[in-house]
Design a binder for this molecule. Structure first.
Ligand SMILES: [Zn+2]
Length: 239
């Protein structure tokens, strides 16, 4: 039979363990929410990148169209001039200009074609990125809602657990609470049985003084708590 003092300490420890577990779960929730939000942000960023790429390509296409227009105007003028000149060398010089400009237009049109292919690809990329976000967003949002719900439930459970801890602390007594709190800060469980002469926390052999203190049945609960010589945990004898 455990002494009443140890019974109160073990009840306190049980409730403390539960409180700590709830605290740890609660601490993890914001990180999980942030992880989902990051996924959403990543998918949105892919859409933005595709959109920017598309815009840049469209601007490039417009510039090329302007350049082609300018070159074609020039070609038209050269051709008119050529039909009006009488001298052979002037006619040939204009013919040379026309050839050069035609080649330039050809090169610009090739560039335009390449840009148009790139625009097609960028549009596909944009549509794929948008479809991915659309397909995932309701799942992401549902996950966040579930996590927020869990956070709320955990907070309520924690509140109840804290109240249970408080009520378990009341009968322990101030001095013993001090010992318990000091140990619990570093080592949980803080209250462990002695088994085979060894501390149930650090598994090292306890001294014979500690063992006999743990064995002592001070039913009035006035004696100091027995603590492990090695790790400082409160030890008790389990018969
Ligand atoms: Zn120990």
């Amino acid at each position: 039979m455990l002494t009443p003092v140890l019974q109160t300490l073990l009840i306190l420890q049980d409730r403390d363990v539960r409180r700590r577990a709830l605290e740890a779960q609660l601490r993890g929730v914001p990180g999980e929410i942030a992880g989902v939000e990051q996924k959403i942000a990543g998918e949105k960023a892919a859409i933005d990148a595709a959109k920017t790429e598309l815009k840049e390509l469209e601007t490039k296409k417009k510039l090329l169209e302007t350049e082609i227009g300018v070159a074609e105007d020039k070609l038209g003028k050269y051709r008119t001039q050529q039909s009006q000149v009488r001298k052979n060398d002037e006619y040939q010089a204009l013919g040379h200009e026309i050839e050069t400009t035609e080649a330039a237009v050809g090169a610009l049109e090739e560039q335009e074609l390449a840009v148009m292919y790139a625009i097609d690809e960028a549009k596909k990329k944009f549509a794929a990125a948008e479809a991915e976000l659309k397909a995932n967003i309701s799942g992401h949002e549902a996950k966040i809602r579930t996590l927020r719900e869990r956070e709320g439930n955990l907070a309520k459970e924690l509140e109840a657990a804290q109240a249970e801890v408080a009520s378990a602390r009341a009968p322990v007594g101030e001095l013993r609470l001090k010992v318990y709190d000091r140990v619990a800060l570093r080592n949980m469980p803080a209250v462990v049985p002695v088994q085979g002469g060894k501390c149930g926390g650090c598994h090292l052999k306890v001294s014979s003084e500690v063992e006999s203190a743990a064995r002592a049945k001070n039913t009035d609960g006035t004696a100091a708590l027995a603590t492990c010589d090695q790790c400082g945990r409160i030890v008790y004898w389990e018969s």
